[in-house]
Design a binder for this molecule. Sequence first.
Ligand SMILES: [Ca+2]
Ligand SMILES: [Ca+2]
Length: 324
Amino acid sequence: MRKIVRDNRGVVLLMVLATIVFFTVLVVSFSADQGLDMELAYNFRDSVQAQHIARAGIEAARVILKEDDPAYDSDDEEWGSFSEYAMGASAYLDGPSFSGTLADECGKIDLNSLVTEGEQIYREAQLQELFELLEIDITDDELDELMKSLRDWLDPNDEPEFGGAEDEYYLSLDPPYICKNGPLDTPEEILLVKGMKPEYYYGTENFHGIKDYVTVGTGGTININTASRTVLLSMSRTYLTEDVVDVIEDGRPFLNEQDRSRIQGLDLNDPADEMTWIKKTLDVKSNLFSADISGSMPSGARINIKTVLQRFQNDVRIVYYKIY
Ligand SMILES: [Ca+2]
Ligand SMILES: [Ca+2]
């Protein structure tokens, strides 16, 4: 009997110990959970704040563009030094900050203009010349088929050109998708087109891709003040030669259309059809800008926002918005 009682005591002691261990584990894991919850809450709070800071940067970009002189656009204007402005503005925020760039999209080639009525031969030649200037590793036949497929992708009809592609081709893919039959919404959409390889867009260690030279939504005009040397050269082998592009780069900014007559070696009165196209395409102003801005908190939380801003009459609209 005594032995049994002693055994019971042992069992009770074990039960008490087990209970204490159980509650200790519970309390420790509860407070660890609470700590994790708090950390998650702080992270969430900081990322929301970082997002608002980035958004404030976008608003600052909109105001700068609203106040800009729309008669001509050149990066010697205030919008061209947005990154310095962001640094200065952030100094007042005491901790949080935003940084980024505001760039002109009209210095690039609008991919959608490939199907612009009456301009197709010049647009196609320009895009092909771009591939050539960048020394992208693609054969002439592959490039020719890519141009046809891109035209089919953009044009509203469903009849493929020889070497091109419409629904029948895209629906046979895994996963299948339908042909756009309309303008691209973003330049990256070109990656869906038959024959377009990622390396042509993003580049490799051996050549630059077309990414930094193409856009969508500008309507096709090219701003002589902001276009890169490559984009200017791609416009015309005959008229926009290395020498003429030198003159353009040295003569910036061009303040209005008449001002373009300062470009020695480029006779805008030449009656050739190609010159008529150049005269119409080579502009001194822009209507589309991209703002790539990140907001940061002292904790390290960081949110990036990419927007495309369209200047229309007296307003600046956000036409594309991506958080990444
Ligand atoms: Ca301006
Ligand atoms: Ca089509």
